[in-house]
Design a binder for this molecule. Structure first.
Ligand SMILES: [Zn+2]
Length: 164
């Protein structure tokens, strides 16, 4: 199975959406977490570890925790070099478990798109986005949901202010 790790990272961050005005957690139970993981090649992971990783990542992306808290998920990552006739190669991939893969995807995004992984600018929305816009101006998880809602609200507050 070929896994889109940045996609898994975003999916994991977005497991606590606000649905119809109430906070929801797709990983609320071990059973629902296992089901969620099985669809993302993580069937062997412990649900409580994955929930902890999710909580840590959410707080790191929101700037509420230092990124260093993620180090604990990387302790088992190994890179094994391969010797060949001309010498030795390191560039042959990494051995890492599911949680480590997610943290590595976060690190890769930090390196290649600094600051582009962020929480939605709608403070009533709990979702995150990877801003792929050219100018780095993406602020909402989705333009059709939060984007239009926030624009309408700003327009409303502008017009009501103008009336008073
Ligand atoms: Zn949103």
């Amino acid at each position: 199975m070929r896994i889109d790790w940045p996609g898994v990272l975003l999916d994991l961050l977005n497991t606590t959406p606000v649905v119809d005005g109430s906070a929801t957690d797709y990983l609320a139970t071990d059973a629902s977490t296992r089901k969620w993981l099985a669809l993302r090649d993580g069937a062997d992971e412990r649900p409580d570890t994955v929930r902890q990783l999710r909580d840590d990542l959410q707080q790191v992306v929101r700037g509420q925790l230092p990124a260093e808290v993620l180090n604990r998920y990387l302790t088992a990552v190994r890179q094994v070099p391969k010797v060949h006739a001309d010498g030795l190669d390191w560039d042959i991939g990494v051995s890492a478990d599911w949680c480590a893969r997610v943290v590595l995807a976060w690190g890769e995004l930090q390196n290649t798109r600094p600051g582009r992984l962020r929480s939605c600018a709608n403070d009533e929305c709990q979702l995150f986005l990877i801003d792929r816009s050219r100018g780095g101006t993406g602020r909402w998880c989705s333009m059709s949901e939060c984007g239009n809602r926030m624009k309408a609200r700003r327009h409303y507050s502008r017009t009501t202010r103008a009336d008073t």
